[in-house]
Design a protein around this ligand. Structure first.
Ligand code: V47
Length: 354
């Protein structure tokens, strides 16, 4: 173990076996190693943005077992928003100071391709200052296969319609055996990585998530991180890594028990150490809880996402995030935890320090 610690201190890259061994370290040693990296990169700054999540439809062709958001036997309330409804939300958001719209839908085969894409041009035309972070690689894969387009064609249409960056959703866990058990039929791991690669090749940025705390093992998380690290070496297009803690209510996965907080913090810290080429690590308070996200700042995380305003995907599965958080509360929570809240834009340009 000492040789692994020395490697980390000398900023040398860890291989799969070394990274997996980090789970054997005690929490505080691991936290200190990750915190040293975080402080060297970002000092005591904790980034966030003022954002609004919009989930325009929950009608979905795919059946991911962990998902409580899509309309199904467990959630019979189907909805699909009109463009007018979405524009109204964009209008309200802008007037409240929102800087980013995070727009992610289910895979609805009934709307047509233009319903998905035209809304972005309409938003850009009326609200050119709002950053549009939209369409996961899973949605791009769905649109490409449903409407007979290549990934490149869908990506070009997104750019023409005004999408600025891509969110990190749909990555789940890359290991093919686990992926088959939790979301068979959806975008494959290679396809997810290929779509982000093509997006990065257009000079655009994206994020990457990892859904953990369900049926995967520690080795699958490390494998996931290393596949992302390999792609980042090629493209340098990922801004942020976001470990999402699995929420277990109202879905078909039947996982008993939650991950322990120390396992979540260890995974945060290991992510910071292993992903030496992805600049930011997000503690997404929606799935980690706000308290654990604040503690995660000492375990490598430098970003707490944002105020969110509305959230449907994780709150459907039990997260306490349906109504977001007030800006003043968010800022004082970060300050009171000993960090410097820094309002950022979607590409991490600093707007204001509190
Ligand atoms: O891809 C679905 C996850 C993701 C559950 O890019 C669940 O900045 C936990 O990707 N328990 C969507 N997670 C959210 C997402 C995201 C969130 C915040 C910021 C960014 C970003 C991206 O939510 C899905 C899926 O992995 N999810 N069900 C669940 N039961």
């Amino acid at each position: 173990m000492n040789s692994i610690i020395t490697k980390i201190e000398q900023k040398k890259r860890l291989n799969f076996d070394e990274a997996l061994k980090l789970y054997d370290l005690d929490l505080f040693t691991l936290g200190t190693l990750a915190d040293n990296i975080r402080v060297q990169m970002w000092g005591k700054k904790s980034y966030f943005n003022i954002n609004r999540h919009i989930n325009p439809t929950n009608v979905c062709k795919d059946v991911c077992k962990f998902c409580a958001f899509s309309a199904s036997r467990k959630n019979p309330n189907q909805y699909t928003m009109s463009h007018e409804e979405i524009l109204k939300i964009a209008q309200e958001s802008q007037s409240k100071g929102v800087k980013e719209l995070h727009i992610v839908s289910a895979h609805n085969p009934n709307t047509g391709l233009l319903w998905y894409l035209d809304i972005f041009s309409k938003i850009k035309k009326e609200f050119p200052n709002l950053h549009i972070k939209a369409l996961t690689a899973a949605e791009i894969n769905f649109l490409a296969s449903e409407y007979n387009h290549s990934y490149e064609e869908i990506i070009d249409m997104m750019i023409e319609s005004g999408v600025d960056s891509m969110p990190g959703g749909g990555a789940e866990i890359f290991d093919e055996e686990i992926r088959d058990k939790i979301c068979k039929g959806k975008v494959t791991s290679d396809e997810w990585l290929q779509i982000h690669k093509l997006w990065h090749k257009r000079g655009r940025h994206s994020n990457a998530t990892m859904l953990f705390g369900h049926i995967e093992e520690q080795k699958h998380r490390i494998d996931h991180m290393i596949r992302l690290r390999d792609l980042q070496d090629e493209t340098n297009g990922f801004n942020t890594f976001i470990p999402l803690v699995y929420q277990r209510e109202n879905n078909f996965l039947n996982v008993d028990g939650f991950l322990s907080s120390s396992e979540i913090l260890k995974t945060m810290a290991i992510s910071r150490i292993v992903l030496d080429n992805i600049p930011h690590l997000k503690a997404y308070w929606v799935t980690s809880t706000i308290n654990l996200s604040l503690i995660s700042q000492e375990f490598g995380a430098d970003d707490l996402d944002g105020t969110i305003e509305r959230e449907s995907i994780n709150s459907a599965a039990g997260a306490k995030s349906a109504n977001g958080m007030a800006l003043s509360e968010f800022v004082s929570l970060i300050k009171n935890s000993g960090y410097e809240p820094v309002l950022r834009d979607s590409l991490y340009n600093e707007i204001k320090s509190y």
